[in-house]
Structure formats: C-alpha cells, structure tokens
Design a protein around this ligand. Structure first.
Ligand code: ZN
Length: 283
C-alpha cells in the first residue's frame, strides 16, 4: 500500500496566527542546528537547503568558515518526512547535506551516512548513545517517531518531546529513547540556550508548547495531535489496528521514582525499510 504523505495545521478559534508562528519556529530550530556546529557543541548537522537558496546559503557557510558536504537531493513537498523523493527536471528541489567545521569531518559523515552507519552518524550529530541504540533497534522495525511502546498518560521533559516534530517545534533533533531520557534533557538544555540567544520569546513559546498538554492519536494511518492552539494532522507511517493515544504532560523535574520509565522491547511486526534515516525533516 502506498503511504500518503501530508501535513495539515488547523488553528483553533482565536489562534489563527499559529500556522505562521509554526513556520517561524521551524526557522528558529534550523538556525539553532547551524549554530550548534559553529559553536562547536557537536561535530555535524544535517542541513536541508532549497536549491533556490543555495548561493546565499553557501556564501554564509564560507563566511563562517564552515564546510557543507552535499549528500543527496529530494523533491520539495509539503510538510516533513523521512522519505527521499525523486527530483523532477526543471523543478526546485532540496539539497540534503552535512555542515561541519572541517572537510575531513564532512567526508567522514557522508561515508557513514551512505553506509547506513547510524552509530557514527548519530555520534557526529551529537546524539546520546542511549537514543542511538533505541533508534537502531526500533526505527527500522517501527518508524514511528514517538516511543513505540507507550500510550496513555505520559509525563516527560519538554526537551524529549518530539510529538510536534512534523510541524516544527522541537528542542532536540533526534528521537529521544524515552520521555525522561536524561542525556536528551542535558543536550536539550544546551540547545535551548542557543535557541534563546537567537529569539528568546519564540524559544520560550516552543518550550511552553512542548510542555503540553498535548494529545497524540495515531489511527488509520493518520496522526492527530491536539495542542491548546491548533490541531495538527500528519500521515502515520503505517496503519494501526486500534488507536494509540498519548496524553502528554511535560514536567520540568521528575522526582517520583515510579516515573523513571523503563522501555520494554517494542512488540511490533518486522517491517524493515532501509529508506528511513536519521533525517528528521525537510525545509
Ligand atoms: Zn536516550
């Protein structure tokens, strides 16, 4: 069955500015991804550049004395996806590549990416080992970006919350291994400071949004995500037989030992698709 790939944002009454705001949030996160390499907080970032903006982008990279290594192209499309789509001649497209501080690092990243060496790729992107392990063991089987074995009422840190990643607001780029992954939280704190340096008010709005409440519901190949300001729809990567619903409430501190959620091995059917990579989104 062919998977439909779509993203829709429906603002709630009185919150009509949210589709625009989400666009600004995406732009802020892209800037933060770039800055985390420039500031030496990690070795590499995956960057998606619209072919129409390539010259401006490369001029900025040169000025910052960074290196952009081309990896692959994909067609432009609405929303975000992990899937690479064929480019049609004469139409604008997106270059996917990596930003590093040296040529050697760029080549190392590209080689690891082409070999599907997720560990090297993840480490160069500055992702925690626990989350790299989770990605390697889970994502090729169940490419859902939200903790595959969880449902119901879930508490966790906003830094770990990837529920809105297809609409823009995130603090960390990787898929967190759990809602309470401490390593993700620490990285998130650093990244969040970078985001605040770029635009403090907007960064704080992202933080508050990811703190929740959010209801995430995956069923019939559609994921519906409700926040206080908008309802977001995006394609589920496969059809579930019954709804999986997560009622999210973010917390700044978790003191109760019971909430240190241990992940069970995901019980999902084997469904390997090598097209999926660490790439989290497209511009
Ligand atoms: Zn983790």
């Amino acid at each position: 069955m062919k998977i439909q790939d779509f993203t829709r944002i429906i603002p709630k009454q009185g919150h009509e500015e949210w589709p625009n705001k989400l666009g600004q949030m995406i732009a802020l996160f892209y800037q933060a991804e770039y800055q985390t390499v420039k500031k030496k907080l990690r070795t590499a970032a995956i960057i998606h550049v619209n072919s129409n903006n390539l010259q401006t982008f490369l001029e900025k990279v040169n000025k910052d004395q960074l290196v952009f290594t081309f990896i692959r192209k994909t067609a432009l499309f609405n929303g975000f996806s992990s899937l690479v789509k064929p480019v049609k001649e004469g139409e604008p497209f997106i270059w996917i590549g990596c930003l590093t501080r040296t040529y050697k690092e760029g080549e190392k990243f590209k080689e690891a990416d082409l070999k599907n060496d997720h560990r090297t790729v993840g480490q160069m992107l500055g992702y925690p080992d626990c989350c790299i392990d989770y990605f390697i063991s889970t994502f090729p089987i169940d490419p859902c970006p939200i903790w595959v074995n969880l449902e119901g009422e879930i508490k966790g840190y906003p830094e770990c919350n990837g529920m809105l990643r297809y609409f823009g607001p995130i603090i960390t780029a990787h898929l967190s291994c759990s809602p309470t992954c401490q390593a993700t939280r620490e990285i998130g704190k650093t990244w969040f400071k970078v985001m605040q340096e770029i635009d403090k008010d907007l960064a704080n709005e992202i933080y508050n949004l990811l703190t929740g409440p959010i209801t995430w519901n995956s069923y019939h190949g559609v994921i519906q995500i409700e926040t206080p300001y908008f309802v977001g729809l995006n394609s589920g990567l496969f059809i579930l037989k019954k709804p999986r619903i997560i009622k999210w409430q973010g917390v700044k501190e978790i003191s109760n030992k019971k909430t240190s959620l241990k992940l069970k091995k995901p019980k999902v059917k084997k469904r390997v698709n090598k097209k999926f990579t660490f790439f989290s989104k497209h511009q």
